[in-house]
Design a protein around this ligand. Structure first.
Ligand code: ADP
Length: 969
């Protein structure tokens, strides 16, 4: 071996090879989801640190749900966790480092609060020697055996998830150590008593880990053991005990042992007279088996010289803690540093003793006493690293928020705010209105954090609001972000508070920007999304999950766009939910029916992509907690394929709140009351967006990817009239934000448009409120009747045909009529009733009287219809679907309706990847469009249920494409 082996490959006894001797130490990040599943932040955190290191030992993962020892711990306790862990392992391995998973059970160190108030378990019913520690329940002999088996299951799952090895966590006074310790193990069965009996549990865990590896993994699966060399308690594990156990483990077969210490050269904590580093004692005293097992050191390694000192002291491998948090590319940086000249011989003289204390928390993995030269980005390759973190760089360093607030990391944070403030410090007053009540809120900011939020209005604030506010306040302060979950049952109020905080942050960061002379702190995102309707929200989630930093910009005060008004559901053919209900459907039929409904003007390749991906999109939603398992139908579809929520409620509200929840879980930034007013380009490439808020303030956000998901233009009467003059004066069902901005924005970049004249009028709009009466009411069995009391068309025809039939009536309006059975099967009806849109009567004759309609005609019409239902055939008008039940159960309902402008099928031209096309058919780089803003899928007429499918399918695609673009650069 030549010279210094630090950066040379290393082989474990099992045969697995590391490309160098550097590992990232396992450190708790507290950043898992509440149930211990892996969060995206965590994947990003590890991915950013993988690459140049030989291996990453992923933080301790609990093997049983009674085992998490800290909040935000991740788990390997059920097969359901394998997926998330697999993403973690892949993120590390794809970058070229080995991935090792540390597994543990906290035993008596578990706080009942973390396990739903249950009593923690341990070898004996003795509380840990710390204040307030609970008395645990002693495991029965059978439960000990079960616990061993659970370690085996955990290893199997680690293998399945793709990890290259596991580290059994026998340190930090967790369960394995508790069994070996005479302090915590006072058992008298085979698991306790003599030192060898106390060793039975760690050895059994090692044994089952080896068995699991033999059964499920390749030969070169790594199994390591981490140990705390001594306990300070009396009685407690002494260093000789540790060597005794490790010798036995080595004899059994092991790939490494890993010291858990605050510093690589730490001497005994118990024998204060002896200053010999424990590693030297270890080297001197280890037996014939242990000598063959590699040993990892940890603690205080920041620069290359520290790592070389570790090897010189006798360690074979070096694990690095805090330096890897502060410097994601730590291994690259120290590879560029010059060799320290430390001798590479293991028996080298012991370096000076550092003054460090061991802490029980893994995050204490290393505390440096080394203070050196320059700051974050060293100008010269050899720059020595200093252990601190710039307070403004959390996101850039991909440090999850909970880890950022963890005391040991917090101690490394240096406030750089004077040079580079995120916010202008001060108190900002924001108005929020809650159901007509005007409330003023004070948001107090420091240069890098939200200090407090308080209500400025006084005693007049209602109690319910105050209670919600208090909860939201503590969540916001804890997360130090407005992106928190809403309080259950008070979504609107929570959202209002969050938005007010967000506005204050934006104002303040604009002020900080001007104080800093502009350019320096322009915010940068990988992807900016214009529009927070269904397409924009789905795109944001998918882009985030594909590694992009995302900003959503919404011009209205609230999110949801037209999507929130969607009622019928989402069409898809050949789905799991259809199969569960024995509905036979075919994608080809879905394609044909949409084509024919769209008068064959649809773009076939876009439509085929849509049909093909619809079932996946239904599953995607289900995976994100949005389950559309009930199925109905809409006009123009020959099969029940309109998927809606199980309780049959309108799809829009359910969809938007579900998507929004996912957006918040991912801490995706949203600005409301702010429009994208321009897409900025430099040298033909997208470089940013100009935003304009409701107060006319402008700002620029830097980005290289923009997704336009601004919806259609039904609410822009000038634009509607430009393309279809005869629609002048029609009401619209759309929200006020549907003004076609996205089309104009993209046209300025040269985008082509398609089908702009294809504007759909929806047949059943209540005119005084512009409220749309969902097609699912007809789909549920309602009929349309003229003022004369007669049906006049097949109600299940496409929207254009039904609208045409209504306009052709002398009165230009009609009534949608149904009974109690239809109402019960369709939750949307409750909304119509509560908005006073319905006319209700106990008999058909009464209903006719209230509608000033000929009662005999209406009775005969319904009788005929009921006969058609019984026969399963409507000879009069040819209705073949939704002949559900006779209209016969009181009360009876009617809503007066007429057509209204509903959907703009036309829009910008896109390809299947949602890339925007110019007039030559070429892709305009850096912009994608999804949802109603894009044209082509629906041709001349959109089928009910196809808009929701459109926004989800193409929203997901746009998110994925825009995120991938980030990695292309
Ligand atoms: P889709 O169904 O295609 O998702 P939606 O109508 O549901 O469309 O959502 C589009 C959203 O885009 C609306 O909430 C609308 O207010 C918003 N929007 C429209 N123009 C802009 C703009 N210039 N900047 C930001 N948001 C916009």
């Amino acid at each position: 071996m030549t010279g210094n082996p630090l950066l040379q490959a290393f082989r474990f006894p099992c045969g697995a090879e590391l490309k160098n001797r550097l590992l990232m130490a396992p450190m708790t990040t507290c950043s898992g989801f509440y149930d211990g599943t892996v969060s995206n932040e965590l994947v990003d955190y590890y991915r950013a640190r993988a690459g140049a290191l030989g291996a990453i030992i992923v933080e301790s993962c609990f093997i049983d749900n009674s085992g998490p020892a800290f909040p935000g711990a991740i788990g390997v306790d059920s097969d359901g966790k394998i997926g998330g862990l697999a993403r973690l392992a892949a993120a590390i391995k794809d970058k070229g480092s080995k991935a090792i998973l540390q597994i543990y059970h906290g035993g008596r160190m578990v706080s009942p609060a973390l396990i739903g108030g249950r009593v923690p378990v341990a070898p004996s019913a003795i509380a840990a020697p710390r204040e307030g520690a609970p008395v645990p329940a002693a495991l029965s002999a059978g439960q000990v055996q079960d616990m061993v088996a659970k370690f085996g299951d955990a290893v199997r799952r680690a293998v399945k998830a793709g990890f290259d090895g596991v580290e059994l966590h026998g340190a930090n006074t967790y369960l394995i150590q508790q069994f070996y310790s005479p302090n915590s193990n006072r058992r008298s069965d085979k698991w306790g008593g003599s030192v060898d009996k106390r060793a039975a549990f760690p050895l059994a865990v090692l044994d089952i880990a080896r068995q699991a590896a033999r059964s499920f993994a390749d030969d070169n699966f790594i199994i390591g053991y981490r140990f705390s060399p001594e306990e300070i308690e009396e009685p407690g594990i002494c260093f000789a005990d540790s060597l005794h156990l490790l010798e036995k483990m080595a004899e059994s077969g092991l790939d490494y042992v890993h010291f858990s210490m605050g510093h690589i050269l730490r001497p005994s904590l118990v024998d204060k007279e002896d200053s010999t580093p424990l590693i030297r004692k270890f080297i001197r005293e280890r037996g014939a088996h242990l000598v063959k097992i590699p040993v990892i050191g940890v603690g205080g390694v920041v620069n290359r010289g520290d790592a070389e000192t570790a090897l010189a002291a006798g360690y074979d491998l070096v694990a690095v803690g805090k330096a890897c948090i502060a410097y994601p590319d730590w291994a690259e940086r120290i590879s560029a540093q010059e060799e320290s000249g430390a001798p590479d011989h293991k028996e080298a003289g012991a370096p000076a003793q550092p003054e460090q204390k061991e802490t029980k928390r893994e995050a204490a993995a290393g505390e440096s006493n080394i203070k050196a030269a320059p700051a974050a980005l060293p100008p010269a390759e050899q720059a020595r690293l200093e252990l601190y973190i710039d307070s403004t760089r959390r996101e850039e360093l991909l440090i999850p928020e909970p880890l950022w607030r963890f005391s040991l990391v917090e101690a490394m944070i240096r406030d750089m705010s004077v040079e580079n403030a995120r916010f202008h410090a001060g108190t900002y007053q924001e108005d929020l209105s809650d159901d007509g009540l005007r409330i003023v809120m004070n948001v107090t900011l420091e240069t890098d954090r939200i200090k407090d939020i308080t209500l400025a209005s006084g005693a007049d604030i209602d109690e319910a609001f105050a209670a919600c506010f208090n909860t939201v306040r503590s969540r916001i302060l804890e997360a130090n972000s407005p992106h928190i979950d809403a309080v259950a049952g008070a979504t609107a109020q929570s959202e209002a508070v969050k938005q007010a905080v967000f506005k204050a942050l934006m104002k303040s960061s604009r002020e900080a920007l001007s104080e800093n002379g502009g350019e320096a702190v322009l915010q940068r995102y990988d992807v900016v999304i214009a529009g927070a309707g269904g397409a924009g929200l789905a795109a944001a989630i998918e882009a985030r999950d594909n590694g992009a930093k995302v900003l959503i910009v919404e011009k209205m005060p609230v999110v949801g766009g037209n999507t929130i008004k969607a009622s019928a559901g989402m069409n898809a053919a050949e789905t799991r939910f259809q199969r569960e209900k024995n509905i036979v459907d075919h994608k080809a039929q879905f394609f044909q029916e949409t084509m024919s409904g769209g008068h064959h003007k649809n773009n076939p390749s876009l439509l085929w992509y849509f049909v093909e991906h619809a079932p996946e999109a239904v599953e995607w939603l289900d995976r994100h907690g949005i389950t559309l398992s009930d199925i109905t139908t809409t006009g123009g579809m020959g099969v029940d394929r309109t998927h809606r929520p199980a309780d049959r409620s309108a799809v829009g509200g359910y969809l938007v709140s579900g998507l929004l929840k996912n957006v918040h879980q991912r801490h995706i930034d949203i600005m409301t009351d702010t429009a994208v007013s321009e897409i900025l380009r430099e040298n033909g490439k997208v470089a940013g967006v100009r935003l304009r808020d409701s107060e006319g303030e402008e700002q620029i956000i830097l980005t290289k990817g923009v997704i336009i998901a601004t919806g259609g233009f039904s609410a822009n009467s000038r634009m509607v009239e430009k393309y279809r003059p005869e629609l002048k004066g029609f009401v619209t069902t759309n929200h006020a934000g549907a003004t076609g901005d996205g089309i104009t924005l993209l046209q300025r970049l040269g985008a082509d448009t398609v089908d702009m004249k294809e504007i759909q009028i929806h047949p059943t709009v209540e005119q005084s409120s512009s409220y749309l009466i969902s097609e699912s009411v007809r789909g549920g069995g309602a009929v349309l009747v003229s003022q004369a009391g007669r049906r006049f068309c097949n109600e299940m025809e496409t929207r254009d045909k039904v609208s045409g039939a209504i306009i052709a009536l002398p009165e230009h309006y009609a009534y949608i009529i149904f009974d109690e059975q239809v109402k019960l099967a369709n939750k949307a009806v409750e909304q119509y009733i509560s908005r006073n849109l319905t006319i209700e009567a106990a008999t058909i004759a009464d209903l006719a009287a209230r509608l000033k309609m000929n009662a005999d005609n209406l009775a005969a019409t319904l009788q005929n219809y009921n006969m058609a239902v019984a026969a399963g055939a409507d000879k009069e008008f040819g209705r073949v679907t939704a002949l559900r039940r006779p209209i016969a159960v009181a009360p009876f309902y009617a809503v007066r309706i007429a057509p209204g402008i509903h959907h703009t099928m036309g829009g910008v031209k896109i390809d299947q990847d949602t890339a925007v096309l110019d007039k030559e058919g070429d892709i305009i780089e850096g912009v994608w469009a999804a949802g109603e803003v894009a044209g082509g899928v629906h041709g001349g007429n959109r089928i009910g249920g196809n808009a929701v499918a459109d926004i989800i399918i193409f929203g997901i695609t746009a998110g994925r494409q825009a995120a991938a673009h980030k990695f292309k650069r």
